[in-house]
Design a protein around this ligand. Sequence first.
Ligand SMILES: [Zn+2]
Length: 231
Amino acid sequence: MNVVDASRQFKRAADRVPTPSFAARYLGRTVLAIGAHPDDIELGIGGTVALLANAGIRVITAIVSVPAEYELRTAEAKESAAILGSEPRILLEGACRRIEDLKNYQLVGLLDTLVREAKPAAVLTHGPTDFHHDHVTVYHASVAAQRVTQFDLFSYVPTMTRPVPVPFEPNAYVDISSTMDKKLEAIAAHKSQFYSRGLAFEFYRDLAKVNGRMVGVDYAEALAVDKIVFA
Ligand SMILES: [Zn+2]
């Protein structure tokens, strides 16, 4: 059997197992996606956000800071959220700010306030192995927010506009075959990050294809489960 046949067989095997959707777990509740900067959420979990929103779930996409070109990047983030069907928030609103401008307790306070208000059933945030220090800082503040209320906590793949190989060990996958194109459309809304700098975002389709191959679907986003509570 050649490699192509083996892959097809795997896919058929996966198709035989009925899998409850990620969205089914969160129907009627709120899911909070957190990104340090505009475009992080789209790169990491744009397909998952669109999938949840399509199912009628309230998804808040919270961007902690806009480090440059505030008006432009805020407008791009709003356009992207409209594509994904999410409710956008900028936590450090009104001007360009960097996460490093905050003390850790201030960042923790921002996320505490958000989860206290939104009462999310799940939080999807950066992971601890990201190469970007801001992302890791946001991860730790998200972990701390569990003091305020209970929610499932997931980390998404390290996000970057230019690929940097850093470790990430996913143990959960979301089939985003139906929202793959929407994810790319949302990424493309961040024109200042991709077009003007000549960056190709087909990379994110490739990554989703590889993740999909791992679990027998066309396209998938990979998550690491930090905590999940079953009834
Ligand atoms: Zn970022």
